[in-house]
Design a protein. Structure first.
Length: 416
């Protein structure tokens, strides 16, 4: 494997500065910080569930809580119950992921996110080799060292922000390594470019990455890019132009939902001392706690689909070409499936939820995300031990979980 192109080389100490700059840009842009219902959209979603599983709405109303003045809005069906959401996600023949061509596809290009059927399966077959449970476990040692190093440095400074200094860099650094970017790469710059937050008006970043993808010797054989470059399936192809959207998508989906889920997990554990003590007393509770946290505050609120044929969903007639917004956060608090669904309860009897999707597009990185969560939780347990001067452990300052499209704490300031 060779080093990054000069444009994307960070230089000594530059990676951390690049990561910090990327998180600052994400925080400044975050569209979910205000607007109707951003603090608690669950009340709105629960009211919708009480009157039906599927509702006629607009994208603007769903995404922001209100239609733009003087506009009619973009028609969409808002799917809010667990049963309806699960059916849509499992049936790719009737409910196509091609809906993403009009949104994410405009940013990253045509990727496996908007593919269905055999074409989608071809991509997943190759990509899954880098994300299955055993492959994810191969990153445990590096993850543990990264988490420990960042928490130790934070404790040495007397505290810091667990979102910007731990959750975000851990998620981005890990997915960048799995993709195949070598150490010393400006992965913060790559991420903000991948999600469209960083302008590349002259095309220099896109050109550099495309040329890099066209150099097989630059990528290790067990990296995601290395596997894609060696794939002979014509549904994928090894031309750099075909791989570029996949790389951009992996940087995006491998960072955004995971870092927000990690932030919410840390909030849930540190905000309620009884949860922290329960995990400290019984480490085997950790996997269930992680899954319950994902259910309780799903990091990505909704996904999109498009009807390929006239159909009926929970008594509602849909037409071919109709758009659907599948509300994962609402489905995960469906009272018909979970008792006291609004309560975070790590002792709850586990049931499959939709935070990582369902059906053909089930999240590729779910095993990696769980491993990241478990390592960060273990790290917190090590540094959050009570001391004679602070019997209750480190002090947490936060505004709590918020957002409509992405749910997470924006700030988790921990003082040791």
């Amino acid at each position: 494997m060779t080093a990054a192109p000069p444009l994307l080389e960070a230089g000594p100490g530059g990676v951390e500065k690049d990561l910090a700059a990327a998180h600052a840009l994400v925080s400044a842009f975050d569209p979910d910080q205000g607007g109707p219902g951003a603090a608690d959209p669950h009340t709105e979603f629960a009211a919708l569930r009480r009157t039906g599983a599927v509702h006629r709405s607009t994208l603007e109303q769903v995404f922001t809580g209100e239609d733009l003045p003087g506009t009619t809005g973009t028609p969409v069906w808002h799917v809010v119950s667990f049963a309806a959401a699960d059916r849509v996600l499992r049936d790719e023949h009737t409910f196509s992921s091609s809906a993403y061509a009009d949104s994410m596809g405009q940013v990253v290009g045509r990727s496996f996110l908007e593919m269905d059927g055999g074409e989608h399966r071809a991509w997943r077959t190759v990509l899954n080799r880098g994300f299955h449970r055993q492959a994810a476990a191969g990153w445990q040692t590096r993850l543990r060292a990264d988490v420990q190093s960042r928490l130790t440095a934070m404790a040495g400074r007397g505290g810091g922000d667990l979102v910007g200094e731990l959750a975000f860099p851990v998620a981005l650094t890990t997915i960048a390594g799995i993709i195949g970017f070598p150490p010393g790469t400006r992965i913060g710059t790559l991420y903000t470019w991948a999600v469209g937050l960083l302008d590349d008006t002259d095309g220099k970043i896109a050109t550099a990455v495309t040329e890099w993808l066209g150099t097989p010797s630059a990528w290790s054989a067990d990296s995601v890019v290395g596997r894609l470059l060696r794939c002979e399936d014509p549904a994928i192809g090894s031309h750099p132009a075909a791989l570029l959207p996949a790389v951009r998508l992996l940087l995006s989906t491998g960072t955004e939902p995971p870092f927000r889920a990690l932030a919410t997990l840390m909030y849930a554990v540190l905000h309620d001392p009884t949860v922290l003590e329960a995990v400290r007393a019984n480490a085997s509770l950790t996997p269930a706690l992680v899954q319950e946290c994902w259910r309780w505050e799903c990091p990505l609120t909704w996904v999109l689909r498009r009807c390929t044929a006239d159909t009926e969903l929970c008594g509602v007639r849909l037409r071919a070409g109709d758009s659907l917004c599948v509300n994962l956060a609402s489905a995960n608090r469906d009272e018909s499936r979970w008792a006291a669904a609004d309560r975070f309860d790590p002792h709850r009897r586990p049931l499959p939820h939709l935070a990582v999707g369902s059906g053909p597009h089930l999240c590729l990185g779910r095993h990696l995300a769980a491993l990241e969560a478990e390592e960060i939780l273990a790290g917190l347990l090590r540094v959050a031990e009570p001391t004679p001067t602070r019997p209750s452990g480190p002090a947490l300052d936060t505004d709590g979980v918020s957002g409509r499209g992405f749910r997470s704490p924006r700030r988790l300031t921990l003082r040791f």
